[in-house]
Design a protein around this ligand. Sequence first.
Ligand code: UDP
Length: 306
Amino acid sequence: MKVLIAGGSGFIGSHLCDYFLGKGDEVVCVDSLITGSKKNIEHLKDNQKFKFIKHDISEPLDLEIDAVLHFASPASPVYYLKYPFDTLKAGSYATHNLLDLAKKNNALFLLASTSEVYGDPLEHPQNESYWGNVSSTGPRSVYDEAKRYAEAVTMAYHNYHGLKTRIVRIFNTYGERMMPDDGRAMPNFINQALKHQDITVYGDGSQTRSFCYVSDLVRGIYQLLISDESMPVNLGNPNEMTLKDLAFYIKDIVGSEGKFVYQDLPEDDPKLRCPNITRAQNILDWTPVVGIEAGLKKTIDYFKYL
Ligand code: UDP
């Protein structure tokens, strides 16, 4: 296969480039480098089957391709607030452009959607049939509504044009190549712990998330791409924990002397998040296998030598 990975020099995108190249496929990585980094794909530059194109996919692009994966968007709360219009365009114009390209080539199309489509959920854990509790005007709306719109356009191409489409709803994912300054809990806590600085817990730290190690996620995305499933599928690790617990784990593994400091909880910050992954288990025969301790150790090692 010749695979286009839009957002291929971002955190998850770059791991997808490695995965497809490892399977013997050709990869075209397209990235505007607004939040992606060339460092994430540096090791691929001499690979004959790899090509990088610097391009903002909210502008059309013409290529011959067998599969299109849309991972192009700012994705951390700090960055989508910094780049609201790029985020909205990534969900709208970019999704249209990539769907058009897939249609022209009769290619497979996979959309990276998000657990943010469930907003601050009133159903817990979240399964794919839940419609969400999302603000269309709040600070997170530029990302949440862009992704919800992207899902709608993807389904329309599937229903009206018969395009083979896939939608993955990605829950919190961590691992090597996360941006150290993207403001998310994982890089913040790890950097603070490594420097023996205070660890910034927002709110009282009782809000929950469920963290999936990146290799598990990437394997699930591939299984979804090659499946026949056009309805959204959650991928994430259902091992739910409070943010305070995550901070404790990281502090403990690093041996940090920093103490916890409590700061204001950002507006509309979801109180609970945990995927129901029954559909992924049944349809894709997928389940995450990397535990939090093993994943954290690898991630901390990566941040140590940045
Ligand atoms: N958070 C925190 N301290 C930080 C950064 C984030 O306590 O330094 C909290 C944040 O308020 C949220 C959770 O950690 O409740 C996860 O936030 P993140 O930005 O990683 O992603 P989100 O899951 O909200 O998209």
